[in-house]
Design a protein around this ligand. Structure first.
Ligand code: NDP
Length: 512
């Protein structure tokens, strides 16, 4: 048997016991001088950090990204510099609304966050399993998330709040249709696509800029649960995604995705039928075909979930030379929100944690603060400019200038924008069975919502396609009849005829 290491305090001193408190006599009381007991209890009190406000429940693994096709004419990014080049990466998938203890198989958008440890710094692509989002302006994001979280008084999720908000924000129709479609509950993280969602930019060695959208297509094939199937899964296990992803990788069955990009040359944005930087819209494949780039494989489970997944910190602001931003307002808002969330949750030096640490050299002039571990500043060059050999900026990585022009105003594009044609294109992709499930998923999610809100949402579905509104109306009617029958039989059995009060004033969601 291998020799076991000697147990020590956090200061490295060997410990005589980790079982029995130091007491006056065998029956106690305790002595304050048993500092190691105090240390142990104090550590336990500090075992949690604030969970993420959104995307709290997650599952992640390490992997490898391999370039299969040459896109160097669009970008000088080191990660794409040669066919065959491999880059270590980390993925974290998540649900959006549920807390850390929430069930995995819930109807929700899934986060699809990737960190590529490139030779020129970490590139984080912090996307979702959907190519669009509910809102296009960061002013609306906190309000939208409030509707997905718990009602302040009842502490229950509120379908009323969700549909009230969605029905007042027609730009949400596209994402709502995806969420309520089959793809709203993937069976596990390996059976869904990932999208960068926003438009980003690429720039090449010649200083030319291209707008770009990222698509990671699952090689495992899409697989989804119906509401009924998901309810059965959740009844057996709330951790079905963790079990699936961890289990696949442990058994050597490594999930893979193919990366494609869509490219729009700079200057073409005004010729696009929509605002190409509107997060509620896709770029149709017919106009901007998918260009294959490479393959992502997840092949290593973390050794410590807390250290490597809970403390993993993804920032849309982590770009590398050759990759830049776009005017997308939601992206610009996230450039602030994400690093701010990590500074709050993890601490000032969250990027120095092992999971977040770049694999290339890091040199900067940030000093001090809580736990500045791993900071190796030149002791005499702790300011800039200096004469003592401190790091200097490299103008060769300056990105080409943007050509933005316009009057400064708070633009409300909602009045003139077309919120209907892209949800219509999606609706027309569904076969009859898919449409049937869409209608019934929506009807189930609307249970308890006041009629005036339902009517407002139905009017939006009508504008997508009259068959969409009609289908949901019919599903609502069927559902109401089923509920009535159920309630009659239940009240008969219970013998009191009482209906449970709706704790949200008409809104407890029944999702899934
Ligand atoms: P295409 O026929 O070229 O592409 C259709 C896309 O829809 C495919 O990417 C497919 O993904 C995806 N899809 C199929 N079923 C669903 C679903 N239930 N939920 C979400 N996505 C689904 O059409 P267009 O490019 O002209 O787009 C038509 C509509 O397809 C859009 O309005 C949009 O709603 C949707 N879509 C478009 C995407 C884009 O980037 N153009 C990306 C994803 C969706 P897969 O190939 O993996 O099956």
């Amino acid at each position: 048997m291998t020799k076991r290491p000697r147990l020590t305090t956090t200061a490295g001193a060997p410990l005589a016991s980790n079982q029995d408190a130091k007491t006056v006599g065998p029956r106690g009381p305790l002595l304050l001088e048993d500092h190691q007991l105090i240390e142990k209890l104090a550590h336990q009190n500090r075992e949690r950090i604030p969970e993420r406000v959104v995307h709290a429940k997650g599952w992640g693994a390490y992997g490898t990204f391999t370039v299969t096709d040459d896109i160097t004419r669009y970008t000088r990014a080191d990660i794409f510099s040669a066919v065959g080049k491999q880059t270590e990466m980390l993925a974290r998938f998540s649900t959006v609304a549920g807390e850390q203890g929430a069930a995995d198989a819930e109807r929700d958008v899934r986060g699809f966050a990737l960190k590529f440890y490139t030779e020129e710094g970490n590139w984080d692509l912090v996307g979702n399993n959907t190519p669009v989002f509910f809102v296009a302006d960061p002013y609306k994001f906190p309000d939208f998330i409030h509707t997905q979280k718990r009602h302040p008084r009842t502490n229950l999720r509120s379908a009323t709040a969700m549909w009230d908000f969605w029905s007042l924000c027609p730009e949400s129709l596209h994402q709502v249709t995806i969420l309520m479609s089959d793809r709203g509950i993937p069976t596990d993280p390996s059976r869904m696509n990932g999208y960068g969602s926003h438009a980003f930019s690429f720039w090449n060695h010649a200083g030319e800029r291209y707008w770009v959208k990222f698509h990671f297509k699952t090689q495992q094939g899409h697989a989804h649960f119906t509401n009924h199937e998901a309810a059965q899964v959740v009844a057996k296990s709330r951790e079905s995604y963790q079990e699936a992803l961890y289990g696949m990788i442990e058994s050597g069955e490594f999930p893979k995705w193919t990366l494609y990009v869509q490219i729009m040359p700079e200057g073409e944005e005004d010729r696009f039928e929509h605002n190409p930087f509107d997060l509620t819209k896709v770029w149709p494949h017919g106009a901007y075909p998918l260009i294959k780039v490479g393959e992502m494989e997840l092949n290593r489970n973390p050794d410590n979930y807390f250290a490597e997944i809970e403390q993993s910190a993804f920032n849309p602001s982590n770009v590398v030379p050759g990759i830049g931003f776009s005017p997308d307002k939601m992206l610009q808002g996230r450039l602030f929100s994400y690093p701010d969330a990590h500074r709050y949750r993890i601490g000032t030096h969250y990027e120095a944690l092992e999971v977040n640490r770049p694999r290339c050299p890091v040199h900067h002039y940030h000093l001090h603060g809580e736990m500045p571990f791993g900071l190796r500043t030149n002791p005499d060059a702790y300011y800039e400019p200096n004469s003592f050999g401190g790091p200097v900026a490299d103008p060769s990585v300056e990105e080409p200038s943007h050509r933005y022009a316009g009057d400064v105003a708070r633009y409300d594009f909602r009045g003139e924008a077309d919120h209907f044609s892209q949800p219509r294109a999606l609706f027309n992709l569904f076969d009859d069975d898919q449409k049937h499930r869409l209608f019934h998923n929506i009807a189930a999610a609307m249970q308890g919502v006041p009629q005036f809100i339902i009517d407002r949402q139905l009017a939006l579905f009508d504008r997508v396609d009259s068959a969409y509104g009609a289908g949901v109306r019919q599903a609502l009617a069927t559902q109401a009849r089923d509920d009535e029958e159920l309630s009659l039989s239940t009240s008969h059995a219970a013998g009191d005829g009482a209906q449970a009060p709706d704790p949200n004033g008409g809104g407890a969601p029944r999702l899934p």
